[in-house]
Design a protein around this ligand. Structure first.
Ligand SMILES: NC(=O)c1ccc[n+]([C@@H]2O[C@H](COP(=O)([O-])OP(=O)(O)OC[C@H]3O[C@@H](n4cnc5c(N)ncnc54)[C@H](OP(=O)(O)O)[C@@H]3O)[C@@H](O)[C@H]2O)c1
Length: 316
């Protein structure tokens, strides 16, 4: 039972017999999520775009936790055909899927596009995970109790879904596009929850989490997102005092995936002030994340853009 102040790793129940797919799990929060799940006995599929980095992550996990079940599979969320190939591969294995953890992400980059021409942050962080979830929906529905966990961010609070320009073609701001993609993660979570409920499949949970501020490659200053050399130097000094570790940043994701008391649309994050660090508690997203009209509009545009329609959820 979790303490009132929130979950730590000690609260994660035994996961023997469970299978998790974790996107972007060769580093950062995804890798730490994988590590904790194998420590609790789950088998884990590292769904990564770089097979060499994936193999290194797998070696790290299996050498520190001998006997753990870890696999690497290729998945590039910026390429719809790669998503289809990955989902077909997993579906063909006919294995039950307990957790689809939509963790991979890119942040704060100059405007560029995915293979299919989508703005890269919206395309990877939202559309890629939307398509992946849709393609694995049948497998998830075959396993009552399965969960979809979307990894969002405090940045969603600055996000606005611009339905007239979701691809930021008219106006691009690198952090604005990131914030939009992270709000989209939450709007997708709540809309999927409503659709599962309408299909009388609330036994499958659509939930979300955010890591606060955690040390990882995404928050390290990169040349493209560095405003000023001076700011970079300051960040190098104070960053470690502000951020929590990537391992601590994985706890909200773990809670979203494994808390027996979680319900659809739940959102977990760190408990401390401003939700930057600390044990994982249930948190509220901003109101727009729960907006029914935005949920429907984002869903319809995502279906149109990706060609993935979640028809297995259709109620006759
Ligand atoms: N760290 C934080 O403080 C923080 C705060 C809020 C939210 N988040 C969210 O946490 C999640 C994990 O990020 P992180 O902090 O752990 O950063 P990270 O270490 O950079 O991890 C991001 C992962 O996503 C992968 N990825 C990027 N594009 C991909 C693509 N097209 N296909 C497949 N994988 C792709 C990266 O692969 P490569 O190694 O090949 O690049 C990497 O494994 C992200 O969704 C991020 O938005 C992080």
């Amino acid at each position: 039972m979790a303490s009132k102040s929130g979950w730590t790793f000690d609260d994660v129940p035994d996961q023997t017999g469970k299978t998790a797919i974790i996107t972007g799990s060769n580093s950062g929060i995804g890798l730490e999520t994988a590590r904790f799940l194998v420590m609790r006995g789950a088998s884990v599929i590292l769904a990564v775009r770089n097979s060499i980095k994936g193999a290194e992550a797998m070696d790290q996990l299996t050498s520190s936790h001998p006997g753990s079940e870890v696999e690497v599979a290729h998945l590039d969320l910026a390429d719809l055909s790669s998503i289809e190939d990955f989902a077909d591969w997993f579906t063909d294995t006919k294995r039950p899927l307990d957790y689809l953890i939509n963790n991979a992400g890119v942040m704060g980059i100059p405007r560029t596009t995915t293979v299919d021409g989508f703005e890269l942050q919206f395309g990877t962080n939202h559309l890629g995970h939307f398509a992946l979830t849709g393609r694995l929906m049948g497998t998830l529905l075959d396993n009552p109790g399965s969960r979809i966990v979307n990894v969002a961010s405090n940045a969603h609070r600055q996000g606005v879904l611009n339905f007239y320009d979701l691809q930021s073609e008219r106006r691009y701001g690198k952090m604005r596009a990131y914030a939009q993609s992270k709000l989209a993660n939450l709007v997708f979570t709540t809309e999927l929850d409503r659709r599962l409920s309408r299909a009388s499949r609330s036994d499958v949970l659509s939930v979300a989490a955010h890591p606060g501020m955690a040390e990882s490659n995404i928050v390290k200053f990169q040349p493209e997102i560095t405003v000023h050399r001076y700011a970079e130097n300051i960040w190098e000094k104070i960053g470690p005092f502000i951020c929590q570790t990537a391992a601590d940043g994985a706890i909200p994701t773990l809670r979203a995936a494994t808390d027996p008391e979680a319900v659809g649309s739940d959102y977990f994050g760190p408990n401390h002030r401003l939700q930057i660090r600390g044990p994982a508690v249930k948190v509220e997203a901003k109101r727009a994340a729960y907006d029914v009209h935005d949920g429907r509009a984002l869903w319809e545009q995502s279906v149109e853009l990706t060609g993935v329609d979640f028809s297995v959820l259709d109620v006759s």
